[in-house]
Design a protein around this ligand. Structure first.
Ligand code: HPA
Length: 207
């Protein structure tokens, strides 16, 4: 993303082998930062971006597994809210449930930009799961029945950590596979096909 979109990108971090670059996009300073996979990993990078680098607005881009029939591989989703099967927020909130939600401002902007650019986006709830390879192949179906759009592994943590800092966060996702049909995008499609999501994230970041 830094190579393709940022001008004058310089590596600002190699901590734990996770690369971060800062450059400009259409004249505005933007950083892109790897976060690793799963709640513990993104929680560390989100916390450090907010606590140590002074970031105030975090936009996750990444892939997800579609849980609804109408969602095709390559479709872009905006995660309005994120449920989770993780216990991490119950630990944080003394056994109670926090409601991880996107920044309305970022969500609204991303949605408007998508409409302007004629990118068809779906807005709704996602499931932030602690498992990628589940022992129960049908476990997603209950979430699907409640209208959850897709499974991924980071957004609930991103929204929670950002909320703790009074910062804004949004997850923009592309369906890389479908739990409904069992289809999966190729490695090539994953590496090259997700420009709509990246451009929407960058435009939202600077708007
Ligand atoms: N589950 C969890 N995370 C994912 C998936 C999935 O099916 N696809 C892409 N990231």
């Amino acid at each position: 993303m830094a190579e393709k979109y940022l001008e004058g990108a310089a590596c600002h971090s190699r901590v734990r082998g996770m690369l971060g670059f800062t450059g400009t996009y259409k004249g505005r300073r933007v950083s892109v930062q790897g976060t690793g996979m799963g709640i513990p990993s993104i929680s560390i990078y989100a916390h450090e971006l907010l606590a140590d680098y002074g970031a105030r607005r975090l936009i996750r881009i990444g892939t997800c597994g579609a849980m609804q029939e109408g969602i095709r591989l390559g479709d872009v989703l905006l995660a309005q809210a994120a449920g989770t099967d993780s216990a991490v927020n119950r630990l944080r909130f003394g056994g109670a449930d926090f409601a991880p939600a996107a920044s309305f401002e970022l969500l609204h902007r991303a949605y408007q930009l998508a409409q302007d650019r004629r990118i068809a986006v779906r807005v709704g709830t996602v499931l932030t799961s602690d498992t990628f390879y589940s022992d129960d192949p049908d476990s997603w179906k209950l979430w699907a029945r409640y209208g959850v759009l897709a499974a991924e592994m980071e957004s609930a943590a991103l929204y929670t950590v950002a909320a703790g800092f009074g910062a804004q966060a949004l997850a923009i996702l592309t369906a890389s596979d479908s739990l409904v049909t069992g289809t999966t995008a190729t490695t090539e499609e994953r590496q090259q096909g997700y420009t709509a999501m990246m451009e929407l994230a960058l435009e939202t970041a600077i708007s």
